[in-house]
Design a protein around this ligand. Structure first.
Ligand SMILES: Cc1cc2nc3c(=O)[nH]c(=O)nc-3n(C[C@H](O)[C@H](O)[C@H](O)COP(=O)(O)OP(=O)(O)OC[C@H]3O[C@@H](n4cnc5c(N)ncnc54)[C@H](O)[C@@H]3O)c2cc1C
Length: 386
Protein backbone atom coordinates (compact mmCIF):
# COMPACT_ATOMS: atom_id res chain seq x y z
CA UNK A 1 0.00 0.00 0.00
CA UNK A 2 2.66 2.49 0.96
CA UNK A 3 4.87 1.70 -2.05
CA UNK A 4 1.88 2.27 -4.32
CA UNK A 5 1.07 5.68 -2.82
CA UNK A 6 3.51 7.31 -5.26
CA UNK A 7 2.16 10.83 -4.71
CA UNK A 8 1.73 10.66 -0.92
CA UNK A 9 -2.03 10.99 -1.21
CA UNK A 10 -2.72 9.51 2.21
CA UNK A 11 -2.24 12.82 4.07
CA UNK A 12 -4.83 14.43 1.74
CA UNK A 13 -7.43 12.45 3.65
CA UNK A 14 -8.67 13.68 7.00
CA UNK A 15 -8.00 11.65 10.12
CA UNK A 16 -11.68 10.64 10.21
CA UNK A 17 -11.63 9.55 6.56
CA UNK A 18 -8.55 7.40 7.16
CA UNK A 19 -10.21 5.86 10.20
CA UNK A 20 -13.35 4.96 8.27
CA UNK A 21 -11.25 3.47 5.47
CA UNK A 22 -9.24 1.39 7.93
CA UNK A 23 -12.31 0.11 9.78
CA UNK A 24 -13.89 -1.01 6.51
CA UNK A 25 -10.61 -2.57 5.43
CA UNK A 26 -10.45 -4.58 8.65
CA UNK A 27 -14.04 -5.78 8.26
CA UNK A 28 -13.35 -6.80 4.68
CA UNK A 29 -10.13 -8.58 5.68
CA UNK A 30 -12.03 -10.46 8.36
CA UNK A 31 -15.42 -11.21 6.79
CA UNK A 32 -14.90 -11.16 3.02
CA UNK A 33 -11.34 -11.84 1.85
CA UNK A 34 -10.92 -15.30 3.36
CA UNK A 35 -14.12 -16.56 1.71
CA UNK A 36 -14.69 -14.58 -1.45
CA UNK A 37 -12.76 -16.85 -3.84
CA UNK A 38 -15.03 -19.74 -2.82
CA UNK A 39 -18.17 -17.63 -3.15
CA UNK A 40 -17.01 -16.60 -6.59
CA UNK A 41 -16.23 -20.14 -7.68
CA UNK A 42 -19.53 -21.47 -6.35
CA UNK A 43 -21.55 -18.52 -7.64
CA UNK A 44 -23.14 -17.77 -4.30
CA UNK A 45 -22.74 -15.18 -1.58
CA UNK A 46 -24.23 -14.95 1.94
CA UNK A 47 -25.70 -11.59 1.01
CA UNK A 48 -28.15 -11.25 3.92
CA UNK A 49 -25.49 -12.09 6.48
CA UNK A 50 -23.06 -9.63 4.87
CA UNK A 51 -25.73 -6.93 4.66
CA UNK A 52 -26.31 -7.21 8.42
CA UNK A 53 -22.55 -6.97 9.06
CA UNK A 54 -22.27 -3.95 6.80
CA UNK A 55 -25.36 -2.45 8.39
CA UNK A 56 -23.82 -2.71 11.87
CA UNK A 57 -20.93 -0.62 10.61
CA UNK A 58 -23.25 1.95 9.02
CA UNK A 59 -22.19 1.20 5.44
CA UNK A 60 -25.71 0.90 4.00
CA UNK A 61 -27.03 4.27 2.86
CA UNK A 62 -23.89 5.59 4.51
CA UNK A 63 -23.94 8.98 2.74
CA UNK A 64 -27.64 9.63 3.50
CA UNK A 65 -28.97 11.54 6.51
CA UNK A 66 -31.63 10.44 8.99
CA UNK A 67 -33.77 7.28 9.11
CA UNK A 68 -30.92 5.31 10.68
CA UNK A 69 -28.38 6.28 7.99
CA UNK A 70 -24.85 7.32 8.95
CA UNK A 71 -24.78 10.73 7.21
CA UNK A 72 -21.13 10.31 6.19
CA UNK A 73 -19.37 12.44 3.58
CA UNK A 74 -19.14 11.46 -0.08
CA UNK A 75 -15.39 10.90 0.32
CA UNK A 76 -15.92 8.61 3.32
CA UNK A 77 -18.53 6.64 1.34
CA UNK A 78 -16.13 6.48 -1.61
CA UNK A 79 -13.36 5.12 0.60
CA UNK A 80 -15.74 2.44 1.90
CA UNK A 81 -16.55 1.46 -1.69
CA UNK A 82 -12.84 1.35 -2.46
CA UNK A 83 -12.14 -1.07 0.39
CA UNK A 84 -15.16 -3.26 -0.41
CA UNK A 85 -14.20 -3.53 -4.06
CA UNK A 86 -10.58 -4.25 -3.17
CA UNK A 87 -12.08 -7.52 -1.93
CA UNK A 88 -14.63 -8.04 -4.71
CA UNK A 89 -16.74 -5.89 -7.05
CA UNK A 90 -19.76 -8.08 -6.32
CA UNK A 91 -19.61 -7.35 -2.62
CA UNK A 92 -19.30 -3.63 -3.34
CA UNK A 93 -22.29 -3.96 -5.69
CA UNK A 94 -24.40 -5.31 -2.82
CA UNK A 95 -23.68 -2.13 -0.84
CA UNK A 96 -23.96 0.25 -3.82
CA UNK A 97 -27.31 -1.07 -4.99
CA UNK A 98 -28.70 -1.08 -1.48
CA UNK A 99 -27.46 2.41 -0.54
CA UNK A 100 -26.99 4.44 -3.69
CA UNK A 101 -29.80 3.03 -5.80
CA UNK A 102 -32.63 1.56 -3.72
CA UNK A 103 -32.24 3.59 -0.50
CA UNK A 104 -31.28 6.79 -2.29
CA UNK A 105 -34.37 6.56 -4.54
CA UNK A 106 -36.65 6.23 -1.51
CA UNK A 107 -34.72 8.84 0.51
CA UNK A 108 -34.70 11.39 -2.32
CA UNK A 109 -38.08 10.76 -3.96
CA UNK A 110 -40.20 8.86 -1.41
CA UNK A 111 -42.96 10.06 0.91
CA UNK A 112 -42.29 10.42 4.63
CA UNK A 113 -44.24 7.20 5.18
CA UNK A 114 -42.20 5.29 2.57
CA UNK A 115 -38.97 6.54 4.14
CA UNK A 116 -40.06 5.44 7.60
CA UNK A 117 -41.27 2.12 6.33
CA UNK A 118 -38.16 1.10 4.43
CA UNK A 119 -35.02 3.11 5.24
CA UNK A 120 -34.32 2.13 8.88
CA UNK A 121 -34.49 -1.61 8.16
CA UNK A 122 -32.49 -1.17 4.95
CA UNK A 123 -29.81 0.74 6.88
CA UNK A 124 -29.38 -2.18 9.28
CA UNK A 125 -29.44 -4.74 6.46
CA UNK A 126 -32.62 -6.39 7.76
CA UNK A 127 -34.35 -5.45 4.50
CA UNK A 128 -32.66 -5.74 1.13
CA UNK A 129 -33.50 -3.46 -1.78
CA UNK A 130 -32.98 -3.60 -5.50
CA UNK A 131 -33.38 -1.14 -8.36
CA UNK A 132 -35.18 -2.16 -11.52
CA UNK A 133 -34.46 0.04 -14.51
CA UNK A 134 -32.94 -2.25 -17.17
CA UNK A 135 -35.28 -4.46 -19.19
CA UNK A 136 -34.60 -7.41 -21.49
CA UNK A 137 -35.01 -5.17 -24.56
CA UNK A 138 -33.99 -1.79 -23.12
CA UNK A 139 -30.60 -1.30 -21.48
CA UNK A 140 -28.63 1.79 -22.49
CA UNK A 141 -31.86 3.43 -23.64
CA UNK A 142 -34.15 3.32 -20.59
CA UNK A 143 -36.35 6.08 -22.06
CA UNK A 144 -37.89 3.42 -24.30
CA UNK A 145 -38.78 1.12 -21.36
CA UNK A 146 -41.78 -1.16 -21.91
CA UNK A 147 -42.84 -1.73 -18.28
CA UNK A 148 -46.18 0.03 -17.79
CA UNK A 149 -47.99 1.33 -14.73
CA UNK A 150 -51.67 2.13 -15.26
CA UNK A 151 -54.21 3.55 -12.88
CA UNK A 152 -57.14 1.39 -11.80
CA UNK A 153 -59.22 3.47 -9.41
CA UNK A 154 -56.76 4.62 -6.74
CA UNK A 155 -54.48 1.63 -7.36
CA UNK A 156 -51.62 1.21 -9.78
CA UNK A 157 -51.23 -1.93 -11.88
CA UNK A 158 -47.70 -2.74 -13.10
CA UNK A 159 -46.95 -5.03 -16.03
CA UNK A 160 -43.60 -5.81 -17.59
CA UNK A 161 -40.20 -7.12 -16.67
CA UNK A 162 -36.79 -6.02 -15.47
CA UNK A 163 -33.53 -7.78 -16.27
CA UNK A 164 -30.05 -7.93 -14.76
CA UNK A 165 -31.21 -6.63 -11.40
CA UNK A 166 -28.60 -6.86 -8.63
CA UNK A 167 -29.94 -8.25 -5.31
CA UNK A 168 -33.32 -9.10 -6.91
CA UNK A 169 -33.33 -12.79 -5.88
CA UNK A 170 -33.21 -11.88 -2.19
CA UNK A 171 -34.78 -8.43 -2.19
CA UNK A 172 -37.61 -7.40 0.12
CA UNK A 173 -38.37 -4.28 -1.89
CA UNK A 174 -37.73 -3.27 -5.48
CA UNK A 175 -37.68 0.28 -6.73
CA UNK A 176 -39.32 -0.23 -10.12
CA UNK A 177 -39.34 2.36 -12.88
CA UNK A 178 -42.32 2.21 -15.21
CA UNK A 179 -43.94 4.22 -17.95
CA UNK A 180 -47.27 5.90 -17.11
CA UNK A 181 -49.53 8.16 -19.19
CA UNK A 182 -47.63 11.07 -17.60
CA UNK A 183 -44.11 9.74 -18.22
CA UNK A 184 -41.71 7.62 -16.15
CA UNK A 185 -42.55 7.13 -12.48
CA UNK A 186 -40.97 5.11 -9.66
CA UNK A 187 -42.64 2.62 -7.32
CA UNK A 188 -41.54 0.95 -4.09
CA UNK A 189 -42.73 -2.60 -4.72
CA UNK A 190 -42.66 -5.15 -1.88
CA UNK A 191 -41.30 -8.31 -3.47
CA UNK A 192 -43.99 -10.44 -1.84
CA UNK A 193 -46.75 -8.59 -3.73
CA UNK A 194 -48.86 -11.06 -5.78
CA UNK A 195 -47.73 -11.06 -9.41
CA UNK A 196 -44.05 -10.29 -8.65
CA UNK A 197 -41.54 -13.03 -9.34
CA UNK A 198 -37.76 -12.94 -9.26
CA UNK A 199 -35.60 -15.54 -10.96
CA UNK A 200 -31.87 -15.73 -10.41
CA UNK A 201 -29.70 -15.32 -13.50
CA UNK A 202 -27.20 -18.19 -13.47
CA UNK A 203 -24.02 -18.89 -15.48
CA UNK A 204 -22.61 -15.39 -15.09
CA UNK A 205 -18.88 -15.40 -15.76
CA UNK A 206 -18.49 -12.10 -13.90
CA UNK A 207 -19.70 -10.75 -10.54
CA UNK A 208 -20.25 -14.32 -9.42
CA UNK A 209 -20.21 -13.26 -5.76
CA UNK A 210 -23.28 -11.12 -6.38
CA UNK A 211 -26.90 -12.15 -6.88
CA UNK A 212 -28.49 -10.95 -10.10
CA UNK A 213 -32.05 -11.57 -11.16
CA UNK A 214 -34.88 -11.06 -13.59
CA UNK A 215 -38.08 -9.55 -12.19
CA UNK A 216 -41.43 -10.33 -13.83
CA UNK A 217 -44.36 -8.04 -13.05
CA UNK A 218 -47.61 -9.69 -13.98
CA UNK A 219 -50.53 -7.33 -13.32
CA UNK A 220 -49.05 -6.30 -9.99
CA UNK A 221 -51.64 -4.29 -8.08
CA UNK A 222 -50.22 -1.64 -5.76
CA UNK A 223 -51.90 0.94 -3.56
CA UNK A 224 -51.56 4.58 -4.62
CA UNK A 225 -49.00 5.18 -1.87
CA UNK A 226 -46.50 2.78 -3.48
CA UNK A 227 -45.61 5.48 -5.99
CA UNK A 228 -42.57 7.62 -5.11
CA UNK A 229 -44.30 11.02 -5.14
CA UNK A 230 -41.28 13.18 -5.95
CA UNK A 231 -39.94 11.08 -8.82
CA UNK A 232 -41.07 12.77 -12.01
CA UNK A 233 -39.63 11.58 -15.29
CA UNK A 234 -36.47 9.73 -16.26
CA UNK A 235 -34.22 12.25 -14.54
CA UNK A 236 -35.19 10.62 -11.22
CA UNK A 237 -33.64 7.19 -11.92
CA UNK A 238 -30.74 8.88 -13.73
CA UNK A 239 -29.97 10.91 -10.59
CA UNK A 240 -29.81 7.63 -8.63
CA UNK A 241 -27.34 6.29 -11.18
CA UNK A 242 -25.14 9.35 -10.67
CA UNK A 243 -24.98 8.50 -6.94
CA UNK A 244 -24.02 4.90 -7.62
CA UNK A 245 -21.52 5.80 -10.34
CA UNK A 246 -19.65 7.96 -7.85
CA UNK A 247 -19.19 4.87 -5.66
CA UNK A 248 -17.93 2.95 -8.69
CA UNK A 249 -15.32 5.63 -9.45
CA UNK A 250 -13.82 4.78 -6.05
CA UNK A 251 -14.56 1.08 -6.10
CA UNK A 252 -12.63 0.51 -9.32
CA UNK A 253 -9.57 2.03 -7.64
CA UNK A 254 -9.86 -0.61 -4.91
CA UNK A 255 -9.99 -3.51 -7.39
CA UNK A 256 -7.00 -2.11 -9.30
CA UNK A 257 -5.03 -1.55 -6.10
CA UNK A 258 -5.63 -5.11 -4.96
CA UNK A 259 -4.40 -6.44 -8.31
CA UNK A 260 -1.29 -4.32 -8.16
CA UNK A 261 -0.51 -5.15 -4.53
CA UNK A 262 -0.89 -8.85 -5.30
CA UNK A 263 1.30 -8.54 -8.37
CA UNK A 264 4.05 -6.53 -6.69
CA UNK A 265 4.28 -9.14 -3.95
CA UNK A 266 4.34 -11.94 -6.51
CA UNK A 267 6.89 -10.33 -8.81
CA UNK A 268 9.33 -9.64 -6.01
CA UNK A 269 9.28 -13.22 -4.73
CA UNK A 270 8.95 -15.30 -7.90
CA UNK A 271 12.29 -15.87 -9.60
CA UNK A 272 13.03 -16.89 -13.19
CA UNK A 273 16.41 -16.81 -14.90
CA UNK A 274 17.95 -16.44 -11.45
CA UNK A 275 16.28 -13.16 -10.44
CA UNK A 276 12.90 -11.92 -9.27
CA UNK A 277 10.37 -11.13 -12.00
CA UNK A 278 10.31 -7.58 -10.58
CA UNK A 279 13.97 -7.21 -11.53
CA UNK A 280 13.26 -7.44 -15.27
CA UNK A 281 12.94 -4.12 -17.06
CA UNK A 282 9.88 -5.27 -18.96
CA UNK A 283 8.12 -6.10 -15.69
CA UNK A 284 9.13 -2.79 -14.15
CA UNK A 285 7.78 -0.91 -17.17
CA UNK A 286 4.43 -2.66 -16.68
CA UNK A 287 4.44 -2.01 -12.94
CA UNK A 288 5.38 1.65 -13.37
CA UNK A 289 2.70 2.30 -16.00
CA UNK A 290 0.06 0.60 -13.86
CA UNK A 291 1.07 2.44 -10.68
CA UNK A 292 0.88 5.76 -12.54
CA UNK A 293 -2.62 4.95 -13.80
CA UNK A 294 -3.65 3.85 -10.30
CA UNK A 295 -2.54 7.06 -8.68
CA UNK A 296 -4.24 9.13 -11.41
CA UNK A 297 -7.45 7.20 -10.76
CA UNK A 298 -7.10 7.83 -7.02
CA UNK A 299 -6.62 11.55 -7.60
CA UNK A 300 -9.67 11.65 -9.84
CA UNK A 301 -11.82 9.83 -7.29
CA UNK A 302 -10.68 12.13 -4.50
CA UNK A 303 -11.29 15.24 -6.59
CA UNK A 304 -14.81 14.11 -7.55
CA UNK A 305 -15.54 13.15 -3.94
CA UNK A 306 -14.49 16.58 -2.73
CA UNK A 307 -16.70 18.18 -5.42
CA UNK A 308 -19.61 16.01 -4.24
CA UNK A 309 -19.07 17.10 -0.64
CA UNK A 310 -19.05 20.72 -1.78
CA UNK A 311 -22.38 20.08 -3.60
CA UNK A 312 -20.76 20.89 -6.95
CA UNK A 313 -20.44 17.48 -8.66
CA UNK A 314 -22.04 17.35 -12.12
CA UNK A 315 -23.22 14.08 -13.72
CA UNK A 316 -20.85 14.51 -16.69
CA UNK A 317 -17.94 14.78 -14.23
CA UNK A 318 -19.01 11.47 -12.70
CA UNK A 319 -18.96 10.07 -16.25
CA UNK A 320 -15.33 11.20 -16.62
CA UNK A 321 -14.52 9.29 -13.43
CA UNK A 322 -16.49 6.14 -14.25
CA UNK A 323 -15.15 6.00 -17.80
CA UNK A 324 -11.53 6.46 -16.79
CA UNK A 325 -11.35 4.53 -13.57
CA UNK A 326 -13.19 1.40 -14.67
CA UNK A 327 -11.39 1.28 -18.02
CA UNK A 328 -7.99 1.71 -16.36
CA UNK A 329 -8.78 -0.71 -13.54
CA UNK A 330 -9.68 -3.36 -16.10
CA UNK A 331 -6.47 -2.68 -18.05
CA UNK A 332 -4.48 -2.96 -14.81
CA UNK A 333 -6.17 -6.23 -13.85
CA UNK A 334 -5.45 -7.75 -17.27
CA UNK A 335 -1.83 -6.57 -17.25
CA UNK A 336 -1.30 -7.88 -13.70
CA UNK A 337 -2.56 -11.23 -14.85
CA UNK A 338 0.27 -11.49 -17.38
CA UNK A 339 2.88 -10.96 -14.63
CA UNK A 340 1.41 -13.81 -12.59
CA UNK A 341 1.83 -16.20 -15.52
CA UNK A 342 -0.20 -19.38 -15.09
CA UNK A 343 -1.04 -18.38 -11.52
CA UNK A 344 -2.78 -15.40 -13.05
CA UNK A 345 -5.63 -17.63 -14.19
CA UNK A 346 -5.95 -19.31 -10.79
CA UNK A 347 -8.64 -18.44 -8.27
CA UNK A 348 -5.93 -18.69 -5.62
CA UNK A 349 -5.04 -15.15 -6.67
CA UNK A 350 -7.66 -12.39 -6.98
CA UNK A 351 -6.44 -10.88 -10.24
CA UNK A 352 -8.50 -12.63 -12.91
CA UNK A 353 -11.55 -12.51 -10.60
CA UNK A 354 -11.17 -8.74 -10.44
CA UNK A 355 -10.72 -8.54 -14.23
CA UNK A 356 -13.83 -10.65 -14.83
CA UNK A 357 -15.81 -8.59 -12.33
CA UNK A 358 -14.70 -5.34 -13.93
CA UNK A 359 -16.22 -6.50 -17.22
CA UNK A 360 -19.63 -6.09 -15.55
CA UNK A 361 -18.62 -2.83 -13.90
CA UNK A 362 -17.61 -1.54 -17.35
CA UNK A 363 -21.14 -2.30 -18.59
CA UNK A 364 -23.48 -1.51 -15.72
CA UNK A 365 -24.42 1.98 -14.53
CA UNK A 366 -23.89 3.20 -18.09
CA UNK A 367 -21.50 1.46 -20.45
CA UNK A 368 -18.15 3.05 -21.35
CA UNK A 369 -19.64 4.07 -24.67
CA UNK A 370 -22.56 5.85 -22.98
CA UNK A 371 -20.12 7.72 -20.73
CA UNK A 372 -18.04 8.68 -23.78
CA UNK A 373 -21.24 10.07 -25.30
CA UNK A 374 -22.07 12.01 -22.13
CA UNK A 375 -18.57 13.54 -22.10
CA UNK A 376 -18.86 14.11 -25.87
CA UNK A 377 -22.11 15.97 -25.34
CA UNK A 378 -20.47 18.14 -22.68
CA UNK A 379 -17.64 18.97 -25.07
CA UNK A 380 -19.69 19.63 -28.18
CA UNK A 381 -23.11 20.66 -26.94
CA UNK A 382 -24.52 17.97 -29.24
CA UNK A 383 -26.24 14.83 -28.01
CA UNK A 384 -25.27 11.83 -30.11
CA UNK A 385 -27.57 9.44 -28.31
CA UNK A 386 -30.79 11.03 -27.12
C1 LIG B 1 -23.92 -8.04 -13.30
C2 LIG B 1 -24.86 -6.92 -13.69
C3 LIG B 1 -25.65 -6.30 -12.73
C4 LIG B 1 -26.56 -5.30 -13.11
N1 LIG B 1 -27.36 -4.71 -12.15
C5 LIG B 1 -28.36 -3.85 -12.55
C6 LIG B 1 -29.29 -3.34 -11.59
O1 LIG B 1 -29.20 -3.59 -10.38
N2 LIG B 1 -30.33 -2.57 -12.04
C7 LIG B 1 -30.48 -2.25 -13.38
O2 LIG B 1 -31.44 -1.56 -13.72
N3 LIG B 1 -29.60 -2.72 -14.31
C8 LIG B 1 -28.54 -3.50 -13.93
N4 LIG B 1 -27.65 -4.02 -14.86
C9 LIG B 1 -27.88 -3.72 -16.27
C10 LIG B 1 -26.92 -2.72 -16.87
O3 LIG B 1 -27.13 -1.43 -16.35
C11 LIG B 1 -27.08 -2.78 -18.41
O4 LIG B 1 -26.53 -4.02 -18.82
C12 LIG B 1 -26.40 -1.63 -19.12
O5 LIG B 1 -27.10 -0.42 -18.92
C13 LIG B 1 -26.27 -1.88 -20.65
O6 LIG B 1 -27.48 -2.30 -21.18
P1 LIG B 1 -27.50 -3.62 -22.11
O7 LIG B 1 -26.81 -4.72 -21.41
O8 LIG B 1 -28.93 -3.83 -22.51
O9 LIG B 1 -26.64 -3.26 -23.38
P2 LIG B 1 -27.12 -2.45 -24.67
O10 LIG B 1 -27.78 -1.19 -24.29
O11 LIG B 1 -27.85 -3.39 -25.58
O12 LIG B 1 -25.71 -2.09 -25.33
C14 LIG B 1 -24.91 -3.07 -26.01
C15 LIG B 1 -23.68 -2.35 -26.57
O13 LIG B 1 -24.09 -1.31 -27.46
C16 LIG B 1 -23.54 -0.08 -27.03
N5 LIG B 1 -24.48 1.01 -27.30
C17 LIG B 1 -25.79 1.12 -26.95
N6 LIG B 1 -26.30 2.28 -27.35
C18 LIG B 1 -25.29 2.96 -27.96
C19 LIG B 1 -25.16 4.22 -28.58
N7 LIG B 1 -26.19 5.10 -28.63
N8 LIG B 1 -23.97 4.57 -29.12
C20 LIG B 1 -22.92 3.73 -29.04
N9 LIG B 1 -22.96 2.51 -28.46
C21 LIG B 1 -24.13 2.14 -27.93
C22 LIG B 1 -23.30 -0.23 -25.55
O14 LIG B 1 -22.34 0.69 -25.09
C23 LIG B 1 -22.85 -1.67 -25.49
O15 LIG B 1 -21.48 -1.75 -25.81
C24 LIG B 1 -26.68 -4.94 -14.49
C25 LIG B 1 -25.84 -5.55 -15.43
C26 LIG B 1 -24.94 -6.53 -15.06
C27 LIG B 1 -24.07 -7.18 -16.11
Amino acid sequence: MTALDLLDLDPSLTEEERQIRDVVRRLVDDRVRPYVADWYEEGRVPARELAREFGKLGLLGMHLDGYGCAGASAVAYGLACQELEAADSGVRSLVSVQGSLAMYAIWRYGSEEQKRRWLPSMATGESIGCFGLTEPDHGSDPASMATRARRDGDDWVLTGGKMWITNAPIADVAVIWARTDDGVRGFAVPMDTPGVTAREIRRKMSLRASLTGEIVLDDVRLPADAQLPEAIGLKAPLSCLTEARHGIVWGAVGAARDCLETTLAYATTRTQFGRPLAGFQLTQAKLADMAVELVKAQLLALHLGRLADAGRLRPDQVSVGKLNNVREALAIARQCRTILGANGVSGEYPVLRHANNLESVLTYEGTSEIHQLIVGQRLTGLSAFA
